[in-house]
Design a protein around this ligand. Structure first.
Ligand code: SF4
Length: 548
């Protein structure tokens, strides 16, 4: 028998790097990395103040306009009148309007009535009375002119509000519990850790060039959608050490959704800033910078796994072991704090639901007045596009509730208003394919009429998103709607949504299923939701939740 020749092996191809700094990939590997290497995004502020605001929109350097201005919470908004079907075909400059969207970060979500009034006045004076409560504790303006930005900053900063790193490849606004420090059932108050991190690290060049955005949630309770954040510290009671936080990493949605994983570590409150800095440092140094689409922390965590991530964090960054800790009990649903509830000090908090987070400067000013008239000066924004008024005495509750009601801020909303969220959508967002905010508002009104005879005893969340980016968390809604062009019942190409059914957080943490054929034209959305809800209610077994 002739000797057999082993099949020739092609030489192993060198593995392509992922652009990780720690492994020596310092050369920028994509245009976004080059922009960041050429100049720190934080430096654009001086140019806005000294040049662009004085010389006008046309003087803005394109790499500042479409890159670094985000480091100060600024994006150009979408030129009106461009339909969603053309979004992908156009160059960025064809989509750019001369007006800006601005995000104001409200770390932990807390506002005083003085701050609220200033936010409202800025909106009226400079932003055509726009103001949205976003699902990341931001207030978002539209229609700002570059000439007005320095004055807007001056007024915001006079009341301790900032836009620093509200967008960009940075540590974005921190989600915190709307009821931190006042809830009877909270194992620990996370707000002091949020403020300590903000004080030390927001605006610091140490973390102003990350591979991509970095989202943080810190709460004593499970009311901050922690499963979809890059890092989260969630209240947990250690059997020996007492109250502290359970550490999660690597959550994120968009086109490759991943739920965060527990590292099995318990962190006492005074160590949260150090551990947070460790996690974000791992991301900065090991995060993937080659492809923008793989640059979020979730990809690194998925490749490494929780054990390896914890090992690197402990050995290379903290230089000590973390304490092992138990998982906190998971509530059936994330807590949204709507309605009237008792605080530990005997006062009350009232959670209200503006329709899909849309308010206005006029509403914010009226809200500040109503809250002060009720004897309070504190509010919170929530990660569910809601507002919670704190510190209301018993005798002021009912009059405040009716005042809030008259402002469109209902404390006893219909299930549809309570559980519907929407992203910015085509009205202002350059990536959008469909309209969302106003569509959501109309949908809620429609469902309140159509489903007046249906009273599901479990919440059914509806999240409208204008594109696959999932800013309003498509995949973790009971009915998740992802904007796209669809064919309607008459055969026309129209705005519509791909439906994801049965996603959730809390006990039902998981992504909704994208059902083939479940695409719905925007104009037919009311019919579709009506049908789905009625079927669910009719076929539901006792105690069954929508996501089960
Ligand atoms: Fe814009 Fe898409 Fe995000 Fe909506 S989901 S705000 S359309 S990027």
């Amino acid at each position: 028998m002739p000797p057999t020749t082993p099949p020739s092996k092609s030489p192993a191809r060198p593995k392509r790097g992922e652009g990780q700094w720690k492994l020596g990939h310092r050369e920028p590997l994509n245009p976004n990395e080059r922009v960041k290497r050429d100049d720190d995004g934080l430096n654009v502020r001086a140019r806005i103040e000294n040049v662009y605001s004085k010389q006008g929109f046309d003087s803005i350097d394109p790499s500042d306009l479409r890159g670094r201005m985000r480091w100060w919470g600024l994006y150009t908004q979408r030129k009106p009148g461009i339909d969603g079907g053309r979004t992908a075909a156009l160059e960025p400059e064809e989509l750019d309007d001369e007006y800006f969207m601005m995000r104001v970060r409200v770390d932990g979500g807390g506002l005083t009535t003085d701050q609220l009034r200033v936010l409202g006045e800025i909106s009226q004076e400079f932003a055509r009375d726009t103001a949205d409560v976003t699902d990341r504790n931001n207030i978002q303006y539209h229609w700002l002119r570059i000439e007005d930005i320095p004055e807007v900053w001056r007024r915001l900063e006079a009341v301790d509000l900032v836009t620093t790193e509200a967008c960009g490849d940075t540590p974005r606004a921190f989600l915190g519990s709307p009821v931190a420090g006042i809830a009877a059932d909270e194992p620990i108050n996370g707000d002091p850790a949020i403020f300590a991190i903000r004080e030390k690290y927001v605006g610091s060049p140490e973390f102003s060039n990350l591979p991509r955005k970095f989202k943080t949630a810190i709460s004593g309770q499970q009311d901050v959608a922690h499963e979809v954040n890059d890092v989260a510290f969630i209240g947990s009671v250690h059997p020996e050490h007492g109250p502290g936080f359970d550490l999660w990493v690597g959550g994120g949605l968009s086109t490759n959704p991943k739920l965060a994983v527990r590292l099995g570590a318990w962190v006492p409150i005074d160590e949260v800033p150090e551990v947070w800095a460790g996690v974000i440092s791992v991301f900065r140094d090991y995060g993937y910078r080659r492809l923008r689409s793989r640059a979020r922390l979730k990809f690194l965590v998925a490749d490494w796994g929780a054990e390896e991530f914890r090992r690197v964090l402990e050995e290379e960054y903290l230089h000590r072991k973390l304490v092992d800790g138990p998982a906190p009990a998971t509530p059936e649903r994330p807590i949204d704090h709507i309605g009237v509830h008792k605080q530990v000090d005997g006062l009350n908090y009232i959670g209200v639901a503006p329709a899909s987070g849309r308010v206005s400067g006029t509403t914010l000013i009226a809200l500040a007045k109503a809250v002060e008239a009720a004897g309070s000066r504190r509010l919170k924004l929530t990660p569910y596009q809601k507002i919670v008024v704190l510190d209301v005495a018993d005798e002021a509750v009912e009059s405040l509730r009716s005042e809030l009601d008259s402002l469109g801020l209902q404390s006893d909303p219909s299930p549809w208003r309570r559980s519907t969220m929407a992203c910015t959508g085509i009205e202002f967002c350059k990536l959008a394919i469909v309209e969302t905010k106003e569509r959501a508002i109309r949908l809620v009104e429609e469902l309140e009429k159509r489903l007046a005879d249906v009273h599901p005893d479990v919440p059914i969340s509806i999240h409208l998103n204008g594109c696959p980016n999932s800013c309003a968390r498509t995949q973790v809604a009971d009915i998740g709607l992802k904007g796209q062009i669809v064919t309607d019942s008459a055969g026309n190409q129209v705005e519509g949504f791909q439906v994801h059914l049965g996603g959730g957080l809390g006990l039902d943490s998981g992504f909704g299923r994208k059902l083939r054929g479940h695409k719905v034209a925007s104009a037919e959305l009311g019919d579709y939701v009506d049908r789905v809800v009625r079927n669910f209610v009719a076929q539901r077994t006792e105690g069954e939740r929508f996501a089960q």
